[in-house]
Ligand binder design. Structure first.
Ligand code: AMP
Length: 543
């Protein structure tokens, strides 16, 4: 017997319809590429997304054709998202920080039919456009600009295109399993791979994001997604914000600490989301400017391990609760979020603080386990001690990559994340490393994340990365690459001494290399592969 309840497909168009109907006047603040600010609202975003859906319809694309975006977090980009996915096309967000050859590969692999780009990427688009045979329309995400038109005669301008269109569009009633958006993984090895999200997975992921023990989004919040819309859909924030009716501040291209402090203070941001390197910059800028970041109640940190000293700094100096979360492109991205349970509130403050260092536990909708190998043959103990290959399954987890017709999951249906982790009996998961970043010293594992967390807590260190360097006797030994804070005279010996009593002696790095800058990739993560190429043999030289 089937239940007697209504069935409505879970569609992205229903998110923007909800926001337009019940939160029409809620503000969407957007910083444009030229630094100016646009004040919009969910009502206006919805109208323009329908105007853009009408534009797309006039292009005569087939259902599920891909439309690519190469843009920062701004209001026009948000409108295109809803217009594309809502009308049954697939929104392919592209990371502009990739190399031109990678961009060309991704756009052609996805068979994108249109390319929408921010003005700032004009030269980039001009440099690759002749290698993009499938693109039928190039759209500059801005008002008409004569200079651009002259440099790029076939380009169309977003503002002009939507101006003449009706704000009426009947969103099609799609099958909820249909693809809605596409995002390629950072691709540290081989070609980048596409992850194709569905309307259903996106809406369910949004529900889970809004839960109080997840990111706790509410209609009282003003959210600042610093994480770019081209990095796993800004962690799903633009969808979840529409579901909860949050106000949003879209920061555009200026993601330095000072610009973010200004946006937070001016627009009374309550919750902001980004990778640790972003928060490091924000902390420094807030201290320098004397801002108390008064409105900021929570900040979500993910994409890389959040050092405990950062959680402490936000709490002690800014009374801001830092929520640590883990996820990946293949997991939409929310996998686990660190929120305490009632029983933990009885613990003293330092014990509670210890618990906050974990990446977190899964919300309803995802399940995690650790296994003895990538294939998931034997599940390992949930004892908080045993380290194994982290595997995950759930409503918003990838089953196979785009254009690849084999499942990427184990025989019993779990996705192997490539991360090594422990899980305790309550499901709190701690990442020890990417499996490829673990350091194997004399057959024993050393976690680079743990060594980085200690070094970054030193007051004169701004940024760190620990890599495995080849060693004649121990196979691999840890080497710390560190960037000192401005005018610091700290020495290698001081930093190595800082490890004493914080970690077993044999785990202390063999060497510290001070550098002026540490390379980060398109999503703000340290490029350990590049560092290994440069410094991976440094211990051989001193043997
Ligand atoms: P991406 O698909 O580019 O978002 O990268 C996903 C990878 O980032 C994960 O597999 C982890 O290795 C890493 N990652 C994400 N969040 C965290 C976190 N909170 N702590 C440690 N590593 C993380």
């Amino acid at each position: 017997m089937i239940g007697n309840m209504m069935f409505q497909p879970l569609l992205i168009s229903s998110l923007i319809e909800h926001a337009a109907t019940y939160h029409a006047d809620t503000a969407i603040i957007s910083k444009n590429t030229d630094g100016s600010i646009t004040h919009s609202s969910w009502g206006n975003i919805a109208k323009n997304s329908k105007r853009f859906a009408n534009v797309l319809q006039s292009f005569d694309f087939a259902v599920s054709d891909r439309v690519a975006t190469l843009a920062w977090n701004n209001h026009r980009h948000l409108e295109t998202w809803y217009g594309i996915s809502g009308s049954g096309l697939i929104c392919h967000t592209i990371n502009p920080r990739l190399f031109p050859e990678q961009l060309t590969y991704i756009i052609n692999d996805a068979n994108d039919k249109a390319l929408i780009f921010d003005k700032t990427f004009l030269n980039l688009v001009l440099s690759i456009k002749d290698s993009l045979p499938y693109i039928e329309h190039f759209i500059c995400l801005d008002a008409y600009d004569e200079k651009i038109q002259n440099a790029f005669p076939e380009v169309l301008f977003y503002d002009e295109l939507i101006e003449s269109q009706s704000a009426h569009f009947d969103w099609p009633e799609l099958d909820e399993s249909k693809a809605s958006s596409l995002c390629y993984t950072s691709g540290t090895t081989g070609h980048p791979k596409g992850v194709l999200y569905s309307h259903r997975s996106t809406v369910l992921h949004s529900y889970a994001t809004c839960l109080p023990d997840s990111f706790n989004f509410s209609a009282k919040d003003c959210i600042l997604p610093v994480v770019p819309m081209f990095h796993v859909n800004a962690w799903g924030t633009p969808y979840a914000a529409a579901m909860a009716g949050c106000s949003m501040v879209l920061p555009g291209p200026m993601l330095d600490g000072a610009s973010l402090v200004q946006l937070i203070d001016q627009y009374q941001v309550t919750n902001a989301l980004g990778v640790p390197t972003i928060w490091q910059g924000l902390l420094t800028a807030a201290r320098q400017s004397g801002s108390q970041l008064k409105s900021l109640q929570r900040n979500v940190v993910g994409g890389a391990a959040c050092p405990p000293s950062m959680v402490q700094a936000f709490k002690d100096e800014f009374q801001c609760e830092t929520i640590h979360a883990w996820g990946m492109t293949e997991t939409s991205p929310m996998g686990v979020v660190n929120q305490l349970k009632a029983k933990h509130l009885k613990l003293d403050e330092s014990a509670q603080f210890e618990l906050r260092f974990a990446q977190g536990r899964p919300p309803f909708g995802v399940n995690i386990r650790i296994s003895d190998d990538e294939k998931g043959r034997t599940e390992l103990a949930r004892d908080g001690q045993t380290t194994g290959h982290l595997q995950i399954k759930g409503h918003w987890i990838v089953e196979s990559y785009f254009n690849q017709f084999t499942n990427t999951v184990t025989e019993d249906g779990w996705f192997d994340t490539g991360d090594m982790a422990t899980i305790d009996q309550d499901g709190y998961m701690v990442i020890s490393d990417r499996s490829k970043d673990l350091i194997k010293s004399g057959g024993e594992w050393i976690s680079s994340v743990e060594l980085e967390n200690i070094a970054i807590a030193h007051p004169e260190i701004d940024m760190v990365a620990v890599i495995a360097a080849t060693h004649l006797k121990w196979d691999e030994r840890p080497v710390l690459i560190a960037k000192k804070s401005a005018s610091s005279q700290v020495t290698e010996d001081t930093i190595l001494a800082f490890y004493t009593d914080k970690i077993a002696k044999w785990q202390i790095p063999d060497k510290v290399i001070f550098v002026d800058s540490i390379p980060v990739g398109g999503t703000g993560k340290v490029l350990k592969k590049d560092l290994r190429e440069i410094y991976g043999s440094i211990l051989l030289a001193v043997e």
